[in-house]
Design a protein around this ligand. Structure first.
Ligand SMILES: Cc1cc2nc3c(=O)[nH]c(=O)nc-3n(C[C@H](O)[C@H](O)[C@H](O)COP(=O)(O)OP(=O)(O)OC[C@H]3O[C@@H](n4cnc5c(N)ncnc54)[C@H](O)[C@@H]3O)c2cc1C
Length: 455
């Protein structure tokens, strides 16, 4: 008798999420049609026809067990991720990070998936969302025709194309001997003020502007320049006046003091004076552990963001949960549309995975591909799909994208700030990270055992 396990699953996009999802399903005996539009249609960022191509850096970030990115990888090792096992095999020396030989990485994955008897590779652009079981993994550079279909399915207002995002800082790394809480003109809802304010003296401001103007920027690719200018048809959410701060700084010495760093309506309660300029940080997650640098969209390289933004008074030791970025980034209003199982709320055999869900970074996106596939497999076996517990880094990431405030929803990468707090307060950061990691590893192992017993 035919069961749902005989159904073929469509996976749209053989990037990081799609490749992992295809392999997870295929090894569970489920047949997959893996659609990839390259090399016939290009994204503008990918350069080869291989699956799981790394479009930029060849580093997967920290491999240390008590760093957020390292923890994420260890969880994926426990859950038997194909892509992380290949990354381990083709790793190249990179200190405490996991960096790979990018060509060997994507060629190996292409070969393994192409030879798997349960996977049919279909090299074509998908322009309609199939009505049979499907995982959409088309990434931040989803083709325009598919984007149009996703807009039709979700409603115009539920698909974003943000080009510029500001960095996010961990609350506990902010120096409150310099920073203070407050809202402009005391208009906030919180009695202590809704914002954290970093005040500049005149000298500090001009020194900062000079560093900013001379900092190293990432070269924009031609398709990104086009999008900034707003000439790409079909894209409805452009730059919206959020110019990168380094461009603003180059327009005039005082442009930031009258723009994102304007101090009007704010007084430093300690001196009761108005500082020369102020950077405001706005709460970014419900737990209040992460703060967004207001108006600080930037295209500086990541090391330069760390160096230059740490010159802001109060941010000298800042830990950045996310750096600012500028590139086309197609992503869903996931808090409104997706369940923590990565299922589309109104259609249980339709899943989304990868960067289109609002998870940021190579490894986080491999993780969403894996979780979507596990749940698709449970669903086709007639079982209930499950949310991976929040105590894991993967669970925290998925919880973040499905439960954030929609108003300021922006992609997020793995970091300890999004995890549920520990039962006791631990002051030492390294000690705390170690305990978070131990808790996550334990929970991930229990989750894996549960999955294996139930599939
Ligand atoms: C310019 C740029 C630079 C980046 N740099 C980094 C970095 O250094 N480090 C990092 O961690 N992350 C980086 N990212 C984010 C990175 O894209 C993700 O971490 C990761 O690649 C996302 O995985 P994914 O599977 O969601 O998408 P992808 O890996 O992009 O895979 C999506 C796949 O879907 C295919 N596709 C799209 N539309 C269709 C369609 N209609 N039909 C069939 N196939 C389709 C694409 O060709 C692609 O192969 C960068 C992103 C961009 C755009």
């Amino acid at each position: 008798m035919a069961t749902d396990k005989d159904k073929i699953v469509n996976i749209i996009g053989a990037g990081l999420a799609g490749s992992e999802a295809a392999w997870q399903l295929a090894t569970r005996g489920i047949k997959v049609n893996l659609f990839e539009m390259r090399p016939f249609v290009n994204t503008g960022a990918h350069e080869t026809e291989y699956f799981s191509e790394l479009v930029c850096s060849n580093s997967f970030g920290s491999n240390l067990p008590d760093r957020a990115a390292g923890l994420l990888k260890n969880e994926l090792r426990i859950l038997k991720s194909l892509l992380i096992s290949i990354a381990d095999q083709v790793a190249i020396p990179a200190g405490g990070a996991l960096a790979v030989d990018r060509e060997r990485f994507s060629k190996s994955i292409t070969q393994i998936l192409s030879q798997h008897p349960n996977i049919s590779i279909i090299r074509e652009e998908v322009t309609e969302i199939p009505s049979t079981p499907t995982i959409v993994c088309s990434g931040p550079l989803t083709s325009f025709r598919l984007s149009e279909q996703i807009k039709k399915l979700t409603g115009m207002e539920n698909l974003f194309f943000f080009d510029a995002i500001a960095p996010i800082v961990e609350l506990e790394s902010i120096d409150f001997s310099k920073a203070f809480r407050g809202s402009r003109y005391d208009r906030g809802e919180n009695e202590f003020g809704d914002y954290i304010n970093c005040p500049f003296t005149k000298n500090e401001y001009f020194e900062f502007i000079s560093e900013l103007k001379n900092a190293q920027k990432i070269e924009l690719r031609s398709f990104e320049q086009e999008i900034q200018l707003g000439v790409k048809a079909g894209v409805d959410k452009f730059f919206e006046g959020c110019l990168p701060v380094e461009i603003l700084a180059n327009r005039g010495e005082l442009a930031l003091a009258f723009g994102p760093l304007r101090p009007v309506g704010l007084k430093d309660p300690r001196g009761n004076e108005r500082p020369f300029a102020i950077l405001q940080l706005r709460q970014d997650n419900l737990a209040g552990s992460l703060y967004n640098m207001v108006g600080f969209q930037t295209n500086l390289t990541f090391p330069e963001q760390k160096r230059v933004f740490r010159k802001i008074p109060g941010l000298e030791n800042a830990t950045f949960a996310r750096f600012g970025q500028m590139h086309r980034n197609t992503f869903l209003a996931s808090p409104r549309l997706l369940l923590p199982t990565l299922q589309f709320k109104t259609r249980d055999d339709l899943f989304f995975a990868g960067q289109i869900t609002g998870v940021e970074g190579y490894v986080g996106n491999i993780a969403t591909g894996l979780i979507a596939a596990l749940n698709m497999s449970l669903l086709l076996s007639g079982k209930k799909s499950v949310a991976i517990p929040k105590n894991t880094m993967i669970g925290s990431l998925i919880h973040y994208i499905t439960h954030s405030e929609l108003k300021d929803f922006q992609p997020m990468k793995a970091n300890y700030g999004i995890m549920p707090p520990l039962s006791e307060k631990i002051k030492n950061k390294n000690e705390r990270y170690k305990l978070y990691s131990e808790r996550s590893i334990q929970t991930t192992s229990i989750f894996r055992d549960w999955i294996e017993a139930n599939e």
